[in-house]
Design a protein around this ligand. Structure first.
Ligand SMILES: *[C@@H]1O[C@H](CO)[C@@H](O)[C@H](O)[C@H]1NC(C)=O
Ligand SMILES: *[C@@H]1O[C@H](CO)[C@@H](O)[C@H](O)[C@H]1NC(C)=O
Ligand SMILES: *[C@@H]1O[C@H](CO)[C@@H](O)[C@H](O)[C@H]1NC(C)=O
Ligand SMILES: *[C@@H]1O[C@H](CO)[C@@H](O)[C@H](O)[C@H]1NC(C)=O
Ligand SMILES: *[C@@H]1O[C@H](CO)[C@@H](O)[C@H](O)[C@H]1NC(C)=O
Ligand SMILES: *[C@@H]1O[C@H](CO)[C@@H](O)[C@H](O)[C@H]1NC(C)=O
Ligand SMILES: *[C@@H]1O[C@H](CO)[C@@H](O)[C@H](O)[C@H]1NC(C)=O
Length: 478
């Protein structure tokens, strides 16, 4: 006890005497974006004063949290000329050492960014290679995959950050999902390969033509996952294991489930399995259960990039279309989108049963299709975005049709959408470790487990009540 006290006191003292005394100040509001909608933007999108004010603040928040400025000015996101011709899975650009001081990473985690070639996934099968960006998080002390002697890799698929170029996690200071998963994976020794998804980050061809984000097109996101891993392995052949686990949440949970379905169609060597947390399965059905969640505007670029004859007016009202155009013009992401969505009638009643939406769901949906390899599905029963019923339904239906599927289903009592990742953290970490150890998964499709908390549900912190920002004052990092 005494020696502990003494060491601590000496440590504190040494910090005191070593540093020059400085005058300290309170930390100011760290918003330093001064974005403001122009009067013509406000009037053409028919925004009321409150919406305009809220959008301004949300955009300032988003821009303040860009690590490397706009993707339109950060040269990293400009694809090289060979982006028009290189095959899917090839590496186009490597930023080996990204400046970690621009991000709010945990200490002793390093960052790289890559531009690689993914592939589109369209109804007309006119699929082409398309450039996309990804980040790689490096642990200080990586786990070694016993099969290859190289670093164990997890491909991370993020939940919805927005639908335009600026919404790329790789240029957001906290990498968007921060301690909800990617930081934890890196701190637990996994090299995290995390695609931004096509159209986020790299959002134009070398000739300047826009690349749309195929939002909620699960097979397209699955392409991003597999090709980002392939390209990362090409960039770091001596470090990265050929074997990897896929893990995603929400939109990324849909991507992760889509990866298991892709693996059944188009097997990739080294794939060890997938974790689909709070996954998107069937958007029209989900919308019937939770009509307040703002799916339709988010779906526009996904439909446009997938269904050749889709027109925005299929699902949005003229007012909705103007709102979408404004969001595109100002590069608004998740925070701005929420503010824009709450005013007016933006969506056409029947949008979920339009031919375009039905074709999209039929082509890109999850469930009731074969999967390959082990899949763990995680779902919080208090999830207000993704219905437990729907996830259960698609696990059950997939098992009924394909009883040999290796699906495990774990539910977490009372846990909400992103917080499910915290309730389930031990489960997913163990599951990932077991895949690298070569342990076989539980027998029987759809083995279900419901986990209950040690204390009553209401005793737990329910939501994320923080976001990461820089400490600017010495006393804040004491
Ligand atoms: C905080 O804001 C005030 C007023 O804008 C400014 O004078 C001061 O320098 C700022 N302090 C810091 C630490 O940035
Ligand atoms: C905001 O501050 C960051 C550094 O903290 C700086 O890189 C960025 O350029 C600033 N942005 C504006 C709009 O002043
Ligand atoms: C909203 O109205 C108030 C009071 O009329 C005005 O001060 C403010 O600038 C307006 N905000 C926007 C974003 O137009
Ligand atoms: C720009 O390049 C892309 C990819 O090569 C091509 O699909 C598109 O048609 C080009 N756009 C124009 C305007 O040339
Ligand atoms: C594309 O060009 C970049 C240089 O601009 C090069 O580093 C990369 O290896 C090329 N990739 C392919 C697949 O040709
Ligand atoms: C759904 O997709 C299958 C092929 O995957 C196709 O045969 C069928 O016609 C599609 N149905 C609709 C309604 O688009
Ligand atoms: C989920 O299913 C249960 C039992 O079938 C039902 O009572 C409940 O209303 C459903 N909840 C939703 C959100 O559909």
């Amino acid at each position: 006890m005494a020696s502990w006290w003494l060491t601590t006191a000496l440590f504190a003292l040494s910090r005191c005497v070593a540093a020059q005394q400085e005058r300290i100040s309170p930390q100011n509001n760290t918003f330093n974006s001064s974005f403001s909608l122009s009067p013509s933007q406000i009037s053409s999108a028919n925004l009321n004063n409150v919406t305009a004010n809220n959008v301004n603040i949300a955009i300032r928040f988003e821009r303040t949290n860009w690590a490397t400025g706009s993707v339109l000015t950060d040269p990293f996101y400009a694809p090289p000329l060979n982006a028009s011709s290189a095959p899917s899975g090839s590496i186009l650009k490597v930023e080996d050492y990204t400046d970690t001081t621009l991000y709010t990473l945990p200490p002793n985690v390093a960052l790289s960014r890559i531009v690689y070639q993914s592939s589109t996934y369209r109804l007309d099968h006119a699929n082409t290679p398309v450039p996309a960006s990804a980040f790689i998080l490096w642990p200080w002390h990586p786990r070694i995959d016993p099969a290859t002697g190289k670093y164990a890799v997890v491909a991370w698929a993020h939940g919805t950050s927005g639908i335009f170029g600026e919404c790329a996690p790789s240029h957001i200071r906290n990498l968007w999902y921060q301690y909800s998963a990617p930081f934890i994976l890196a701190l637990q020794g996994y090299v995290v390969v995390a695609p931004d998804y096509t159209g986020l980050g790299v959002d134009r061809w070398p000739n300047g033509t826009r690349i749309q984000h195929p939002a909620f097109n699960n097979p397209a996101h699955a392409n991003d996952l597999f090709y980002a891993v392939e390209a990362a392995q090409m960039a770091y052949p001596d470090e990265l294991s050929e074997r990897f686990v896929v893990f995603g949440h929400s939109q990324g949970g849909g991507a992760a489930w889509g990866a298991a379905q892709r693996q059944a169609r188009q097997p990739v060597e080294g794939y060890l399995g997938t974790i689909a947390a709070s996954p998107v399965t069937d958007i029209p059905l989900q919308y019937r259960i939770t009509p307040d969640v703002g799916w339709p505007i988010d779906l526009v670029p996904g439909l446009a990039a997938t269904i050749p004859d889709f027109d925005t007016s299929d699902i949005l009202t003229p007012e909705g279309a103007r709102r979408y155009d404004l969001l595109a013009e100002i590069g608004g992401c998740a925070s701005a989108y929420l503010q824009l969505y709450y005013q007016g009638e933006l969506v056409k009643p029947g949008w979920a049963t339009t031919p375009a939406m039905q074709e999209f769901q039929n082509l890109t949906g999850n469930g009731q299709r074969p999967i390959s390899g082990p899949m763990l599905v995680l779902q919080g029963t208090g999830d207000v975005v993704i219905s437990t019923n729907l996830t259960t339904h698609f696990v059950d239906e997939t098992c009924a049709l394909y009883p040999d599927s290796e699906i495990e289903y774990a539910a977490f009592e009372g846990a909400d959408h992103v917080p499910t990742l915290f309730a389930s953290q031990r489960i997913w970490l163990d599951w990932i470790a077991e895949r690298f150890e070569g342990k076989s998964v539980k027998k029987g499709c759809g083995t279900k487990e419901t986990y209950r908390p040690a204390r009553r549900v209401g005793a737990y912190q329910k939501e994320l009540g923080y976001y990461l920002e820089f400490a600017t004052q010495s006393y804040e990092v004491a």
